[in-house]
Design a protein around this ligand. Structure first.
Ligand SMILES: [Zn+2]
Ligand SMILES: [Zn+2]
Length: 264
């Protein structure tokens, strides 16, 4: 079984995809389990990325019922981590019946690296270091999340992508993040959208391997598809990649509880 546990729909500010189009695509691709994880980024610069959670939850629960004979649909959310949001985020994730909460770092120096301006100002390597440090700080104060989304996301948008990036180069900063995941029992997400911009998923296999070495046991997988065309993108590469990193199971969350699914 494969699952795609990171995807967006028109409920996210950065997607216009109808939620039913994602469901239909998953059925067409024979994916037995998907989880919607629309964006909730509180205190985001400009005020974007507020999720209309009431309407979103209602719609996902309706679809769960409507499609129950064809596909298993999870209710998830991707929350943007920021240190000062801990209590608000905890109250938020407790308020709704989420199966799965992805915590993601989307901001450094108060900007989303997606827009690329930061790299002109501080250079790629400095921005990457800042990203890992910011992730560590925010993770210490994170609400209860099930997985950390796209660690090393920042590398997708650097001026020279991974030219100044390797696990070794940022080992100290990355290890701090991974140790905290293991300590808190949080999974590491392998986000295959990385394959569309880099030669590897986010994070890099060296980071995935290191998580395992440090005692990490839970890998969640997702394509971060904002459109049906890229759902499960790069999934053909995952089994060999994950096995080479020491994993024999994926993790899929139901009502925030992990289930382990054999990779092959
Ligand atoms: Zn994200
Ligand atoms: Zn996402």
């Amino acid at each position: 079984m494969i699952a795609d546990c990171h995807m967006h729909t028109e409920f996210s500010a950065d997607s216009e995809t109808k939620i039913t189009d994602q469901v239909e695509q998953a059925i067409a691709l024979n994916i037995p389990r998907i989880c919607f994880t629309d964006h909730m980024d509180m205190d985001f610069p400009g005020g974007d990325f507020q999720l209309n959670t009431e309407a979103y939850v209602k719609r996902v629960l309706e679809l769960q019922e409507e499609y129950k004979d064809k596909i298993s649909i999870g209710l998830g959310v991707e929350v943007g981590l920021q240190e000062h949001l801990q209590e608000r985020l905890q109250a938020y994730v407790d308020r709704y019946p989420f199966d799965f909460v992805i915590g993601s770092m989307h901001l450094i120096y108060g900007e989303d690296p997606y827009f690329g301006k930061i790299f002109d100002r501080v250079g790629d390597a400095e921005a990457y270091r800042e990203y890992f440090q910011a992730t560590h700080k925010a993770l210490k104060k994170a609400p209860q999340i099930q997985t950390l989304g796209h660690l090393d996301y920042v590398v997708r948008y650097g001026r020279e992508k991974d030219k100044e990036y390797s696990y070794k180069k940022f080992q100290d900063e990355i290890d701090e993040v991974l140790k905290l995941l293991v300590e808190k029992g949080i999974a590491l997400e392998v986000n295959t959208a990385g394959f569309r911009m880099l030669s590897f998923p986010n994070p890099h296999p060296d980071v995935i391997r290191r998580y395992r070495e440090l005692g990490g046991e839970m890998i969640t997988i997702g394509s971060d598809a904002h459109t049906p065309q890229v759902m499960a993108y790069g999934y053909d590469k995952l089994p060999a990649l994950l096995e080479a990193c020491g994993f024999r199971y994926y993790t899929v969350f139901y009502q925030k509880k992990p289930r382990f699914i054999k990779i092959s």
